[in-house]
Structures are given as C-alpha cells and as structure tokens.
Design a protein around this ligand. Structure first.
Ligand code: 13P
Ligand code: SF4
Length: 324
C-alpha cells in the first residue's frame, strides 16, 4: 500500500502542538477531531465531536482549510458538504472496516433486486455508497431519521447490521439489513461486561450502537459517542461507568467528568479477528501530530470526491441534516 502521508521527519526540538496552531493561524485552517483520536490531537483541535457533530461543523466554518482527524469517510463528508474548501486528512489510508463492508457495486445490485425500497445508509460509508442512498444517518440520530419515514416504507439499511437491528427493535420496523460491522465494536462481549459489573456493581454500562445485540441488551446507556458523553455530563451523581466503545472517548469523558471513573471494556479476542487485539481503532490511531503538521505544511493529502458522485452523495447527507 502506498503511504498516505508525507513521511518527513519533524525536527525534535520544535513544539509540534504550538507549530500546528501557528500553521492553522497562518493558513486560516481548523482542526476537526473525532473522539477516537489520541488525546494530544483532541487537545489541540478546534472542535472535537462525534460523526454527526463533525458533519454539522463542516457546514458552519469560515476557515479555508479543514484538517479532518478521523477516518476517510469523515473527511469525505466534510468535502461533500463544503466542496469549495480544502479538506486535508493526516493519513489517506485511515479507512474504516464498516465502510469497507459495503461496496457501491454490491449495493447497486442489491437495490436492483429490491425495487421499491428506500436506502438508508450509516454515515460510515464511501461517497459512492452515499450516492446510491436516500438518507444518511449517524448513530446519534438513526432512530429519529427512521421514524421520519412513513411506517410502511420499505427500507434497506446498511452497512451496520447491529445498528440496523437495534433501530428495527426500537421502531418496530422490519428494515432489510446489510451484513456489515465494525471490527472494534463487534469484539466487545457480554462476558467481559459481566465480569466488570460484578467487580463494580454501582457502575452503569454504556455501549455504542455498533456493538452486538447481547451487549446492547445489558447496557444501561446506548447510543453514539456523544450520547454516552452527554449522559455522564448530565448525571454528576453517577460516579462509575463501564464503557463499551473505542477507548479514545475516555480522554474527553475524563476531561469533562474528572470525578468519575470510566472503566473501558477489554475486547474478547477471537481467532481471525482483524487488526489489533485492543479496544482501539487502528485507523483512528493513524492520525498523529507529526502527520497533522506535515499535511498543514504541504497541503497534502487532500480529500477529493469525483464531482459526478458528489452531486448525488451530498443529497442524503443534507436530507439527514434537515431532519435533525
Ligand atoms: P459516532 O457516530 O458515535 O461518532 O461513531 C462513529 C464511529 O465510527 C464509531 O465507530
Ligand atoms: Fe470504522 Fe469501527 Fe473505526 Fe468507527 S471504530 S471508524 S466504525 S473501524
């Protein structure tokens, strides 16, 4: 695989964080970061959020350049919403196993086999998949968006099976579900949660909607990364949580609720499981301060979307934003 970033060593004597901020000033750039990036990046970002908040932010900024520290589909979403801006990404190879689980050509074929169905896609998809989609959702608004469709609407939902299955259960729908998943969230198991719960009986369990149904069944708080964070902020009396999502969120949880203990759930490592055997997304962790510095300095890599695809791909994102 070709390197997706400029591999120029940075002089060890420079204060990288300060230099990045200086470059941002000089170039009228902002840094957007997802909660799963390393703490050092969250600390220097202009805005940290979940995928919904980041998409919104991309429509609001006056900056000329956005450096999207997250994964590729997030940078693509920024570009689709702000085509006239430069969208930089620290590493072009920071992908997403969930987005990879739905190829546009497979979705096109599936649509042809199911005439009369609307397609609702999770934001964790490529622009080419979004171009075949009627409405996008994030884990923060999926229930609300699905409820906005008529009760008898025939819907294909993808690519996250677990999210779709959960939304079917809370809305009483019978959407056809794509069989995709996130290799990080699918590794959390009920067994590990029960062990932690036994040791910490007062703790509430938080789980991201990308987790499997048995994990969601034992969770007290289920939702997007922002849902979990906001719950902790709104309930200062609750002093302990067991957290089943990517461990990067703990940085912001701990920063905004310093009195609270957040216990990360270790993943169950099964044979054949992809990538690292930890509760971290290796794609999110491809973002580093050095890569941010180089991308700002050289203006590369930038994220571009084929204008023919972009024309159709932006519509379902705008539809989502208009609904919530
Ligand atoms: P959020 O919508 O909660 O930011 O989740 C995005 C994601 O990629 C989770 O794995
Ligand atoms: Fe994709 Fe999973 Fe990483 Fe989120 S945690 S970006 S869904 S691979």
């Amino acid at each position: 695989m070709e390197k997706g970033y400029i591999d120029e060593p940075v002089d060890k004597s420079i204060d990288l964080k300060k230099e990045i901020r200086r470059l941002c000033e000089e170039k009228n750039a902002i840094i957007l970061a997802h909660y799963y990036t390393i703490g050092d990046i969250q600390d220097i970002a202009d805005f940290v959020g979940d995928s919904l908040a980041l998409a919104r932010k991309a429509t609001e900024t006056n900056a000329d350049i956005m450096v999207m520290c997250g994964v590729h589909f997030m940078a693509e979403t920024c570009k689709l919403l702000s085509p006239d801006k430069i969208v930089l990404t620290p590493d072009l190879n920071a992908g997403c196993s969930l987005a990879d689980s739905c190829k546009a050509e497979d979705l096109r074929k599936y649509k042809e086999e199911h005439p009369g169905y609307k397609v609702v896609s999770y934001v964790n998809t490529t622009a080419a998949v979004k171009a075949l989609t009627d409405c996008v959702v994030t884990s923060g608004n999926a229930e609300k968006v699905i409820n906005a469709f008529p009760k008898d609407e025939k819907i294909i939902f993808g690519p996250d099976y677990n999210l779709g299955n959960y939304i079917n259960s809370v809305t009483g729908r019978n959407m056809l579900l794509w069989n995709g998943g996130c290799h990080v969230h699918e590794k959390f198991s009920v067994e590990e949660i029960i062990k932690l719960k036994k040791a910490n009986p007062e703790a509430l369990v938080m789980a991201h909607l990308e987790c499997k149904a048995p994990v969601l069944a034992v969770a007290d708080i289920k939702g997007s990364t922002a849902t979990m964070l906001n719950y902790a902020k709104a309930h200062p009396e609750q002093k302990q949580y067991i957290v089943a999502t990517e461990a990067g969120i703990l940085h912001e949880m701990q920063r905004s609720c310093p009195e609270v203990e957040f216990i990360p759930v270790p993943p169950e490592v099964s044979e054949g499981s992809l990538g690292c055997s930890c509760n971290e997304c290796e794609f999110m962790k491809m973002n580093t301060l050095q890569k941010i510095y180089n991308t700002l300095k050289y203006g590369w890599p930038s994220v571009e979307v084929d204008p023919v695809i972009a024309k159709d791909a932006v519509k379902p994102i705008e539809k989502m934003l208009s609904l919530c």
